[in-house]
Design a protein around this ligand. Structure first.
Ligand code: NAD
Ligand code: TYD
Length: 352
């Protein structure tokens, strides 16, 4: 079978990647999608069950830091495009183990860029799309928003590694004419997110009547985006973005952590038939995350003006959908939280 385009999606077994792979495989049957993932603790092929036998989908298990493997993958498949999501993604883990973030997020990205550069030499119509985070811009006070022109000021090993990879992707554009796109997105939430991140962790702990750890005073603010809206934005940018450009993606849904956790308690209590708000008693203030960024907020005007993208799911509706999904998925939760996860979780929070 010949395909109109062959696209490599890295990190496609992770949270956002699995939504993106499903979206592309279903929406574009004329594209072949190759999902490259190392299947770390955060990668789970179960997330892709719906499309695993689709004729336009292939999975390749591998590490983006493995130079010869990546080169061979490019040689075999002759990709037209890359959408790069593979990363170590959790800030707390980057504090306890920065090196794995440097290796995957920086070295792995350069490895992919080198393979693309070598394989695409002299060819037109190729595209390397790098998926990144708003955390590269640092921390905001009570006012203001991140725009595409906000100077980089990363504060955690995670955000510093993503900032570095963003710079390298742009450097390959300027130095080698690599056709690139970058997007920097705010905090995503929805099904298939590994339950070490705030929203799934809180839903799971409410269900299990465990403490809900709130770092510091709980007045840290994030701009929450429904993962499906991120996927739609990536699709639009991949197909219609101006090569060489960066686009900010945000939910326009700012919430303080404590406010968000209160909302989640109310939603989950209602779904579980508990007294309204009773789970709020599980809230437990713990030692703050070192270097904790106070506030993130995105100005996504460029994406709205140029590509007419706007988030479609508000945080109230998104939290309901997410809570329902996690409450219905006890087997998925059980499987992903077995093994090393518990050790890590206990190690982190027992000392806070
Ligand atoms: P995730 O941790 O859920 O998934 C990451 C995936 O990458 C996993 O499937 C993992 O197995 C894979 N991976 C890790 N190291 C690898 C390696 N060396 N080689 C190959 N595969 C490897 O992450 P996510 O939340 O889905 O984030 C995906 C991307 O989007 C990341 O680049 C992240 O920086 C970015 N991003 C995430 C958010 C968010 O809120 N989650 C927001 C903005 C940007
Ligand atoms: P997280 O989901 O780790 O995303 P990020 O750090 O990339 O923004 O955390 C979201 C916010 O929630 C952040 O301010 C840290 C805070 N947080 C808690 O208060 N308790 C928790 O158990 C976790 C995981 C996060």
């Amino acid at each position: 079978m010949t395909f109109a385009k062959k696209i490599l999606i890295t990190g496609g077994a992770g949270f956002i990647g699995s939504h993106l792979v499903q979206h592309f495989v279903k929406k574009y049957p004329s594209y072949q999608i190759i999902n490259l993932d190392k299947l770390t603790y955060a990668g789970n092929l179960e997330n892709l069950k719906e499309i695993e036998n689709a004729p336009n989908y292939k999975f390749a298990k591998g590490d983006i830091t493995d130079e010869s493997f990546i080169q061979e993958l490019f040689d075999v498949h002759q990709f037209d495009g890359v959408i790069h999501l593979a990363a170590e993604s959790h800030v707390d883990r980057s504090i306890s183990d920065p090196m794995s973030f440097i290796m995957t997020n920086i070295v792995g990205t350069v490895n992919l860029l080198n393979a693309a550069r070598k394989n695409w030499e002299g060819e037109a119509g190729k595209l390397f799309y790098h998926v990144s985070t708003d955390e590269v811009y640092g921390s905001l006070g009570a006012e203001g928003f991140f725009t595409e022109d906000t100077p980089y000021d990363p504060r955690s090993p995670y955000s510093a590694s993503k900032a570095s990879s963003d710079h390298l992707v742009r450097a390959y554009h300027h130095t080698y004419d690599m056709p690139i796109l970058v997007s920097n997105c705010s905090n995503n939430y929805g099904p298939f997110q590994f339950p070490e991140k705030l929203i799934p962790l809180v839903i799971n702990n409410i269900k299990e009547n465990k403490p809900l750890p709130i770092y510091g005073d709980g007045k840290y603010t994030r701009d929450w985006l429904w993962v499906g809206d991120h996927v739609e934005a990536i699709d639009l940018i991949y197909h219609k973005g101006n090569v060489g450009e960066t686009y900010n993606i945000g939910g326009n849904n700012e919430r303080m952590n404590l406010e968000l956790v209160h909302d989640l308690c109310d939603v989950v209590d209602e779904m579980l038939g508990r007294d309204a708000g009773s789970s709020r008693a599980l809230i437990h203030f713990v030692k703050d995350r070192p270097g904790h960024d106070r506030r993130y907020a995105i100005d996504a005007t460029k994406l709205k003006d140029e590509l007419q993208w706007e988030p479609s799911v508000g945080v109230k509706e998104g939290l309901r959908r997410t809570a329902k999904w996690y409450l219905d998925q006890s087997e998925w939760l059980e499987r992903v939280t077995s093994g090393t996860y518990r050790t890590y979780y206990e190690e982190q929070y027992s000392s806070r």
